[in-house]
Write a protein that binds this ligand. Structure first.
Ligand code: ATP
Length: 300
């Protein structure tokens, strides 16, 4: 029996749940113009929900803390989480509110996106406070920045007080309070987010300031951190990238699951790179997220 089957790590994700509404078109309309599109699809998304689904596929016992609207999209978002084995006891619909949506136009080889936060604004400190016990019992908590900053601060305090490691994926890029950084066991910005967070300071300097805590993801190159002695890049795996959407979400979920299972940082980063590299070989954020067996087979 592998170590993994002996202990299923409890991962709690506090974050956004959304629906991506994706249109493909040969070109995007100008102001006041209507164009005929080619296709339309709805795809569950939101960084919180994406990371919850990724962690569940990798074998963790996952509870999501978030909100949806009381519309049909909200029901679809909840159904999708449940189908992926995520506990949704703390994903309550907000009355008279729309679900969070991302309106995506894929045209002329690029995307244009309008995000409407809607129900995700209701992931307030008061709401999360009701689920304090769930957070306190986690092996690791994952959080991102598509919910109010006050909520991120509260969760960081609960984690600090209860000794639960917090993994802050500071995406999308926005400034983070120093207290939140102090309270986080791990920070996982991509290169752009890292440059914003650490105020243009040399990356190496920042890495040294947060040994074994600050992990900067570098796309196909993998992930960089300082192990207390030297700066190390844990390389990702060469793959034919089809769609990198959700690579970061898969990486964070996999890193969290591996850490919660007691793996070292270096081994957890290898596991995260492997899972994320598999995710980019398939279309869609959640569509590309691998199952546990697939990652283990690829690592073997
Ligand atoms: P995204 O916003 O696309 O989800 P991100 O900008 O948050 O991603 P990246 O640093 O681009 O984060 O990628 C996260 C991780 O995904 C990388 O550290 C790596 O493990 C993996 N990855 C991303 N792109 C590739 C690729 N082309 N080949 C292999 N691995 C990749």
């Amino acid at each position: 029996m592998s170590a993994y089957t002996k202990k299923q790590p409890r991962v709690v994700v506090v974050g956004s749940c959304s629906m991506d509404l994706v249109v493909t078109s040969s070109r995007r309309p100008g102001a006041g113009e209507t164009v005929l599109g080619e296709s339309f699809k709805t795809v569950p998304g939101g960084k919180g929900a994406n990371q919850a689904v990724a962690a569940a596929r990798l074998g963790a016992d996952v509870s999501m803390i978030g909100r949806v609207g009381d519309d049909s999209l909200g029901q679809t978002i909840l159904d999708n989480l449940k189908q992926n084995g995520v506990c949704t006891d703390n994903v309550e619909p907000v009355t008279h509110c729309e679900s969070g949506t991302a309106h995506i136009i894929l045209a002329e080889g690029d995307n244009s996106i309008i995000v409407v936060e809607a129900a995700n604004r209701h992931v307030t400190p008061e709401y999360v406070e009701q689920a304090r016990a769930v957070i306190e019992q986690a092996d690791i908590v994952l959080i991102q920045q598509e919910i109010p900053a006050e909520t991120v601060l509260l969760v960081s305090r609960i984690c600090k007080q209860s000794g639960v490691p917090l993994l802050l994926n500071p995406a999308p890029a926005r400034p983070v309070e120093a207290e939140v950084i102090d309270n986080s066991a791990y920070l996982t910005p991509n290169e752009h987010e890292a440059s914003l967070l650490f105020d243009g300071a040399e990356l190496g300097e920042s890495l040294r300031k947060y040994p074994n805590r600050l992990i900067v993801t570098e796309g196909s190159r993998g992930a960089r951190y300082f192990d207390g002695q030297e700066e190390a890049v844990v390389p990702s795996y060469p793959v034919e990238a089809v769609d990198t959407t959700g690579a970061g979400d898969t990486f964070n979920a996999a890193f969290a699951v591996a850490l919660a299972e007691g793996k070292s940082i270096a081994d957890s980063l290898r596991f995260a790179n492997r899972a994320a590299s598999l995710s980019v070989t398939r279309f869609g954020a959640q569509g590309g997220m691998p199952k546990r067996a697939e990652v283990e087979e690829a690592l073997a």
